[in-house]
Design a protein around this ligand. Structure first.
Ligand SMILES: [Zn+2]
Length: 68
């Protein structure tokens, strides 16, 4: 039997900016990454935190223990 379970949304640290809210964006021509500019993180929109919702699939099967 397979059931879906929903976990309450939790607030977690943004993994894209490590909670800073700012990322460094380098122009495409800047191969050595020397001319980066700070920009608002598009994932958390500058807050450094994100709301994470989870849905897990649970499989339940009978336990058939063979005792000799
Ligand atoms: Zn972020």
């Amino acid at each position: 039997m397979i059931t879906n379970r929903y976990i309450h949304p939790t607030i977690e640290l943004c993994t894209k900016c490590q909670g800073e809210g700012i990322i460094i964006v380098y122009p495409a021509w800047d191969m050595l990454n020397q001319y980066g500019e700070a920009a608002e993180c598009p994932t958390c929109e500058g807050s450094g935190r994100v709301v994470v919702s989870k849905k897990i699939e649970v499989t339940v099967s009978p336990f058939k223990n063979k005792i000799i």
